[in-house]
Each structure stands twice: as C-alpha cells, then as structure tokens.
Design a binder for this molecule. Structure first.
Ligand SMILES: Cc1cc2nc3c(=O)[nH]c(=O)nc-3n(C[C@H](O)[C@H](O)[C@H](O)COP(=O)(O)OP(=O)(O)OC[C@H]3O[C@@H](n4cnc5c(N)ncnc54)[C@H](O)[C@@H]3O)c2cc1C
Ligand code: HEM
Length: 404
C-alpha cells in the first residue's frame, strides 16, 4: 500500500475500528437520508431498490471499515481487488470526483450523530483521513478508467439506439445497441454497461447489464430478465421499463463499459458456472472463446428453474458443438428428465458430485450470492485455488468484503 495513515491516526483508528464497525449499518442508515435531503439530485445516481432493501448501505459501510482495518494490519490481504471492483462500478455509473466531497461530509456527520461524544476531534480527524485515503485512491483509479474509455466524466452518458430486439422467453429479451454517433466502444469480454432510464415516476435510475455478445460484433447486445415482484415486493423498475418500452428505434442513455471480471487470454481450461440470468457473462465468454480459442478446454455448468427458462441455450449449444473440447452440464429444478440437452440434465440444484473438473482451470461464475458461495466451496473442495475463481454479482458485492 503506497499511502499510509499518520501515526496518530493509526492509533486512533486501531482503538475505534471495532466500535465504528459495530455501528456501521446505523451510520450509513443515518448518512443516506441526510445526504439525499441536502442533495436530492443524488437520488438519481443511487439504486432506489438497494436503498429500500438496505443492501448498498451495508456495502459502503463494510468497505470503509475493511479499508481502515487493512490500513492498520500489516498482514492484511491486498486490497486492490476490492478497490478495483468499486472503481469499475462507480465508472459505469458516471460517479465524479466532486461527489466524494459530498459523500465524505455526510459520512463524517453521520459518524458524529451515531457515536456522539465518543467522536472526539482526534477520532473525527482520524476517520476523515481514512475516508480521504480511500477516496483519493478511488478517484485516481476512476480517472484512469474514464481516460482509457475516452469518457469525459462530466458527460458519462452516451446515446445508443436500439437496432433490434429479440424475445428469448416471457421474461428474458435481448437488445442490440449501437451508438447514435461515433464508434462502438472497446469492451473487454465479461464487462457490463449501465443503462439509465427516466421512469414515469419522474425518477431517473441507472442499472448495469452485461454485454452478452463477443468481440467484433457491430452492436453491443444486452440480455435482460424482467424482474417480477414476489410476495408483495414491487416489479423491477428498470428491467420492467425496458421490457415495456425498449423497441427498435428507442434511444437509450448508456455508460462506458466497465467491470473487472474479464476473460483471461491464457490457454488454461475454463470452467463457467452460472445460474439464471447470470448466464450473460458466460455467453460473452463463449462467444469470444469459440471465435478466438476454439481448441480451449471449456466446461459449462448452468442451473435454472427449467429448460424453458434457460436463457441463450441454443447459441451456447451451437458453440459447444463446434468446439472439440467444450462440454456442458445443466441442472434444472423442474422437468429435468424431459429437457432435450446434449448431456442429460440433472434434477435439482447444481452439485458437482461425480462431475470431473479440470483442477488447473480458471473459473468464472455469475448468479445469486448463495449459489456462488456454495459452488465456490465445492470447487475449492475439488482442488481449485481460490485465486482462480472469479465472480460477478448482479447487485452490491458484499462478498468481496467477506469471502467466507
Ligand atoms: C455488474 C452487473 C451486471 C448485471 N448484468 C445483468 C444482465 O446481464 N442481465 C440482467 O437481466 N440483469 C443484470 N444485472 C442486474 C440489473 O442491473 C438490475 O439489478 C435488474 O435488472 C433489476 O433492476 P430493476 O430496476 O428492474 O429492479 P429494481 O427496481 O432495482 O428491483 C430489484 C429488486 O428489489 C425489489 N425491491 C424494490 N423495492 C423494494 C422494496 N421497497 N421492498 C422490497 N423489495 C423491493 C424488487 O421487488 C426486485 O426484486 C446486472 C447487475 C450488475 C450489478
Ligand atoms: C470513499 C468513498 C466511497 C466508497 C468507499 C464507496 C464504496 C462503494 C461500494 C463498496 C459500492 C458497492 C460496489 C459493488 O457493487 O460491489 C459502491 C457502489 C456505489 N457507489 Fe460508492 N463509494 C464511495 C463514494 C461514492 C460516491 C462519491 C458516490 C456518488 C455520489 C458513490 C455512489 C455509488 C453508487 C451509485 C453505487 C452503486 C450502488 C447503488 O446504486 O446502490 N460512491 N460504493
């Protein structure tokens, strides 16, 4: 770590990290409403559903405390991957450097409100230093990513036109997107873009969607699952809006591609693990590998409710058939026996008993967190090193802070 806390702050942070950690949820629960009251425009930047469910507050709080702890612990694991994950997410959302001042001010005020008299001037100064060490590293990395993408951070959104739309099932559809002006951006296989929509409520909301096609295409494809509410929870606002209104000709606001989970260009065997709509990065990887490394060993493992719901199955099947050493195995919760897959589908949740896994593989996975945690445990049990397992989360990544 190139930057360090001052010795006096280090001692103060060491003495107060546990109490800040214990109140982290309360601190961020105080911080967001106060910040939104002072800066209502930021409601259009943050994910309203994450706010309602409380996921994002936990991710922010957990990451600041984790950052502080690794600053004062000489044996702490490298923090770069966590920093990268956040910077890519921020860049896809068009976060700008001046906004760090706003977040910092309200975060410090919230620490004061929640911890009260415990926040002496020394404690406040030490945590302010922690915040700004973290912020300056994120700002620098985000500036680098904007420059690489040729994006002016003052204008992070670019107009794209929907050139085609395809329905895969009642819930899942793809959009092909091309910039209204200029060239397609460079996309590293596995990356996502954000699409921002102006909702009928007057609110504007961005959401990330993985680019699901491979390099060399003349449009970016996104494959979207329309999220339905269950047990009284509302339908997804952005996926629902796109399902209803995005048609050929519709112009959408799209951010620069970002994301740190990208295909390696080594020759190592690949193990691709997905569930449900988590198949989108797998589809991009398969499109790339089948084109550029057709002889590479690939094992595709997918879990879904049923074969009818398995998104992009047909194209993945064709790619598997065209590659000499690609093989797939699917798990379906319903009607597995009747599924017309290449290899008989298994019934129930994914489990690797009896499945041969190349132990020197690079693993990419995407799906709900509990699904990935269980798959990761099993793969490690079969001898795959933790460092070779890469994953994308379709929501705030709370696993990076706690990869148990
Ligand atoms: C890196 C990344 C890549 C992604 N790639 C893809 C992709 O390729 N394809 C894809 O389809 N998706 C992808 N996603 C997910 C996508 O970004 C959205 O999260 C998804 O489309 C849902 O957004 P929404 O606005 O429709 O739903 P939201 O309105 O955000 O709702 C999400 C959930 O929260 C619940 N909720 C909302 N408000 C409340 C409340 N008050 N109380 C309780 N529950 C509530 C809703 O019922 C719903 O289940 C990706 C996400 C990330 C982070
Ligand atoms: C040091 C300061 C900051 C830290 C430590 C931080 C941390 C984080 C973390 C951990 C995530 C979740 C990443 C993931 O999905 O894995 C996140 C997402 C996000 N951050 Fe930050 N962040 C900081 C500053 C900011 C600023 C200045 C803004 C803009 C005002 C911002 C806006 C967002 C948004 C919009 C998301 C996406 C999640 C959502 O919408 O709920 N962050 N940040």
């Amino acid at each position: 770590m190139s930057m360090q806390l001052s010795p006096q702050s280090e001692a103060t942070v060491a003495a107060t990290a546990a109490v800040v950690a214990a109140h982290a949820d309360e601190i961020t629960a105080t911080f967001y409403p106060a910040m939104f009251a002072a800066h209502p425009e930021l409601r259009n930047v943050f994910n309203a559903a994450n706010q309602a469910i409380g996921e994002q507050p936990k991710a922010l709080a957990a990451s600041v405390v984790a950052f502080a702890v690794q600053l004062i612990d000489p044996d702490a694991p490298d923090f770069t991957p966590v920093l990268q994950r956040i910077a890519h997410k921020h860049v896809s959302l068009g976060i700008r450097a001046p906004e760090y001042t706003i977040v910092g001010r309200h975060l410090m005020a919230a620490i004061g409100t929640v911890l009260g008299d415990a926040v002496t001037p020394e404690v406040a100064a030490a945590w302010d230093e922690v915040y700004w060490l973290f912020a300056t590293q994120l700002i620098a990395e985000e500036a680098r990513l904007y420059a690489l993408g040729g994006t002016d951070p003052e204008q992070p959104w670019r107009e794209y036109r929907v050139t085609a739309r395809q329905e895969h099932s009642a819930e899942v559809f793809s959009l092909l997107l091309t910039p209204v002006a200029g060239e397609l951006p460079e996309v590293r296989t596995g990356q996502y873009i954000a699409i921002a929509v102006d909702l009928p409520s007057g609110q504007r909301q961005p959401r990330q969607y993985t680019v699901s096609n491979g390099p060399g295409a003349d449009a970016l494809r996104v494959t979207i699952k329309r999220v339905r509410g269950a047990d009284g929870t509302p339908d997804g606002v952005v996926s629902g809006w796109l399902h209803e209104y995005a048609q050929p000709g519709t112009v959408l606001e799209v951010s620069q591609p970002a994301g740190d989970v990208v295909l390696d260009n080594t020759a190592a065997p690949l193990v691709l693990v997905s569930a449900g709509i988590g198949i989108t990065p797998v589809a991009a990887i398969m499109a790339d590998v089948s084109q550029n490394q057709p002889d590479r060993t690939v094992r595709l493992f997918h879990a879904d409710r049923s074969h009818a719901q398995h998104p992009l199955y047909t194209e993945l099947r064709e790619q598997v058939l065209a590659m000499p050493d690609a093989r797939g195995q699917n798990w379906y919760e319903e009607h597995a026996a009747a599924a017309p897959t290449l290899v008989p589908a298994r019934s129930g949740f994914m489990d690797f008993t009896g499945v041969e896994i190349p132990t020197d593989a690079q693993v990419f996975m995407c799906g709900p967190l509990p699904f990935m945690q269980s798959a990761r445990r099993e793969l490690m049990g079969q001898g795959i090193a933790a460092g070779n397992i890469h994953y994308e989360v379709f929501g705030p990544d709370m696993w990076a802070q706690n990869p148990a």
